[in-house]
Design a protein around this ligand. Sequence first.
Ligand code: NI
Length: 182
Amino acid sequence: MSAIDEIVLSPDPRLKEQCARIEEIDGSVRRLAKRMLRDMYAAEGCGLAAPQVGELVQMVVIDVDYAGEDGHKNPYVLINPEIVEASEETRPFNEGCLSFPGILVEIERPRRVVVQAENLDGDLMQYEAADNLLAVCLQHEIDHLSGTTMVDHLSPMKRVEALASYQDALESGARPGETDHD
Ligand code: NI
């Protein structure tokens, strides 16, 4: 099984669950982070949440700087992340998700967020992002930890459309990381 095959695809029920807090950063937590980073890079995604590899715990990995095989890696591992501030002003962005291969959907989210999370050393870190991929990615990935996926932000009609395109993409063989399948 390749790293990409490990990624859980919608409508898997594990994508709808509330994930548990991580109480202790032990070897299994570090191994999970390593596995998630491997899978994220394999699929050329900019973020991945633990339920997307079938683990219902509060961990996400993000790298918004990585660009292909020669790209410089700048991975963030966020444990028990929380959005502590979000702007009222929102901004649309075309989002993809490794659990929904083949589609991009325009989602409106706060343009600025502040996130607190532990890192793998157990230090409490703070991340602030506005008007960029990191701001979107933080919100998208943290959503996964409470069973929310990007399509849940769409109006009912747009959601039906998005899920129909997703179904078509899957039927024509779209794989995680592909967003332009037709
Ligand atoms: Ni996602």
